[in-house]
Design a protein around this ligand. Structure first.
Ligand code: S3P
Length: 176
């Protein structure tokens, strides 16, 4: 299937974006681009390291730069860091050349998936579940601006992958 636009995944940390993005890119035989990877490559530091050495606002600046750049590409799958929606222009850039899918999972599901992981600086807080609930509520209206909302509460990534492929196929017929 020829991809005439980018396939963009947004959603909270732990919503399964990375695994779904990998599967989509393999299936569609297109390149997978991850905003966090580009940020790490550009700064020569891990996401944790950037937050520790320079703080979140610096991370967001670099994130916006890479979003702007990759939005000019065509026919790639873009796996966005969970906070990409925090900067208003980012979603506009991503939508300008892509179909944006929000992988929706509840705070409780997210917490269960990521409670033992250590590479997410924002979750290094005394009450991660409380923090996730709060941040989730703040970001929900932003995530809901996606073109499509995909249920990602199930442990299997199969459902979201099939649903997204179905949307892409129907768009391809209308030559999106
Ligand atoms: C963040 C999500 C992370 C990463 C950074 C900030 C966020 O990406 O960009 O830790 O603000 O939600 P993932 O969603 O891929 O974990």
């Amino acid at each position: 299937m020829l991809l005439e636009k980018n396939v963009v995944l947004i959603g909270f940390m732990g919503s399964g974006k990375s695994m779904v993005a990998r599967r989509l890119a393999d299936h569609l035989k297109v390149e997978l681009v991850r905003t966090d990877d580009l940020i790490e490559a550009r700064t020569g530091k891990s996401v944790n390291g950037i937050f520790e050495d320079h703080g979140e606002s610096y991370f967001r600046e670099i994130e916006s730069e890479v979003v702007k750049e990759i939005s000019h590409r065509l026919g790639v799958v873009i796996d966005c860091g969970g906070g990409v929606v925090c900067t208003k222009e980012n979603l506009q850039y991503l939508k300008s050349n892509g179909i944006v899918f929000y992988l929706q999972a509840s705070p409780e599901v997210i917490y269960q998936r990521i409670k033992n992981e250590t590479h997410r600086p924002l979750l290094k807080v005394p009450d991660p579940l409380g923090f996730i609930r709060q941040l989730y509520q703040q970001r929900l209206p932003l995530y809901n601006q996606a073109d499509y909302i995909i249920d990602a509460n199930d442990a299997s990534i199969e459902g979201p992958v099939v649903e997204i492929l179905r949307v892409i196929a129907s768009k391809a017929k209308q030559s999106f």
